[in-house]
Design a protein around this ligand. Structure first.
Ligand SMILES: NC(=O)c1ccc[n+]([C@@H]2O[C@H](COP(=O)([O-])OP(=O)(O)OC[C@H]3O[C@@H](n4cnc5c(N)ncnc54)[C@H](OP(=O)(O)O)[C@@H]3O)[C@@H](O)[C@H]2O)c1
Length: 235
C-alpha cells in the first residue's frame, strides 16, 4: 500500500513535526505534500527533512498563502495532477492576531477566517471535486474553539467553526469510507503560541511532537477505533 499524505502549515510547529513522524515511522506513506508560504524557516525545514529521509519518500513542497482562496483552488489542481490521490489530509495551518474586541480590524478577521476555516474547507471540497477519495482528514482546531478566550475573538470564533465543520464533514463523508477527526490541542510550544502568550515558558507546556504523535496514531490501524468528532489533546 502506497499512500500520499498532505500537511498544510508544514514549515514549523505541529505541521513540521507531523511530517517528520510520518516520514520516519509510516512505511505506507510514500509521498508527502507540504504546504506553507515561502520562507527561510520552510527552506531549512525541507533541508532537515531530506537529511532524515532514509526511505526515499517523495517530499513535495508547495508555496501558498492560504488566505488566497483562488490560490488554494489552483494548488489543489496542481497537487492532483502531480501526485494523484491524497489519502491523508492534515488541515493544520493556522493564523492568529489576538486583540481586544474594540481593536479587531475587520480585514484581519477575514484573514483569520480565510486561513483557519475557508482554506481547510476549500482543500476538502476542491479535492473531492477532483474525484479524490480521502481515507482520513484531520482538522486542527483548538481548545480556544471550545471556550472563547478574552482577547482571542477572531481566533476562537474561527476554531469553533472548524470544530462544527468537522462534525458535518464526518457525517457527510462517512459513506465514502472517509474518517474525519478534529483535534483541539491545548497550549503547545510553537511560534503561534508565542503570539498568544508571549511571557510563557515554552518548556512548561505541551510540545508539537506530542500533538504530531496523536495525529500519527489516528492514521495507524488503531486510529480507526477513535470515534470522536473533537479530540482534545492537552497537558
Ligand atoms: N500552539 C498552540 O498552542 C495551538 C493550540 C491549539 C491549536 N493550535 C493550532 O495548531 C495548528 C498549527 O499551529 P502551530 O501551533 O504549530 O503554529 P506555528 O508553528 O506557528 O505553525 C503555523 C503554520 O501555519 C502556516 N500558516 C499560517 N498562515 C498561513 C498562510 N496564510 N498560508 C499558508 N500557511 C500558513 C505557517 O506557515 P508559514 O511558514 O507560511 O507562516 C506554519 O507552517 C494551527 O491551526 C493552530 O491554530 C495551536
Amino acid at each position: 500500500m502506497s499512500k500520499t499524505l498532505m500537511v498544510t502549515g508544514a514549515s514549523k510547529g505541529i505541521g513540521l513535526e507531523t511530517v517528520r513522524r510520518f516520514l520516519q515511522n509510516d512505511a505506507e506513506v510514500t509521498t508527502i505534500v507540504l504546504v506553507a508560504r515561502e520562507s527561510e524557516d520552510y527552506t531549512q525545514a525541507l533541508a532537515e527533512l531530506e537529511e532524515i529521509n532514509e526511505r526515499g519518500v517523495t517530499l513535495a513542497p508547495y508555496f501558498a498563502d492560504l488566505a488566497d482562496r483562488g490560490g488554494v483552488i489552483r494548488l489543489c489542481a496542481e497537487i492532483v495532477k502531480a501526485h494523484g490521490n491524497v489519502d491523508i489530509l492534515v488541515n493544520n495551518a493556522g493564523y492568529t492576531k489576538p486583540v481586544p474586541l474594540q481593536q479587531v480590524d475587520f480585514a484581519d478577521f477575514e484573514r483569520t477566517i480565510a486561513v483557519n476555516l475557508y482554506a481547510p474547507f476549500t482543500f476538502v471540497q476542491e479535492l473531492l471535486h477532483h474525484g479524490n477519495k480521502f481515507e482520513l482528514i484531520v482538522n486542527i482546531a483548538s481548545t480556544a474553539g471550545i471556550n472563547g478566550r478574552s482577547g482571542w475573538l477572531t481566533y476562537s470564533a474561527s476554531k469553533a467553526a472548524v470544530i462544527n465543520m468537522s462534525e458535518v464533514m464526518r457525517e457527510e463523508l462517512a459513506i465514502y469510507g472517509t474518517r474525519v477527526v478534529c483535534i483541539s490541542p491545548g497550549r503547545t510550544a510553537t511560534a503561534l503560541r508565542r503570539v498568544l502568550a508571549p511571557d510563557e515558558d515554552p518548556s512548561t507546556i505541551m510540545q508539537p511532537q506530542d500533538v504530531a504523535e496523536v495525529i500519527e496514531m489516528l492514521a495507524s490501524p488503531v486510529g480507526r477505533f477513535v470515534d470522536s468528532a473533537n479530540l482534545v489533546v492537552r497537558q
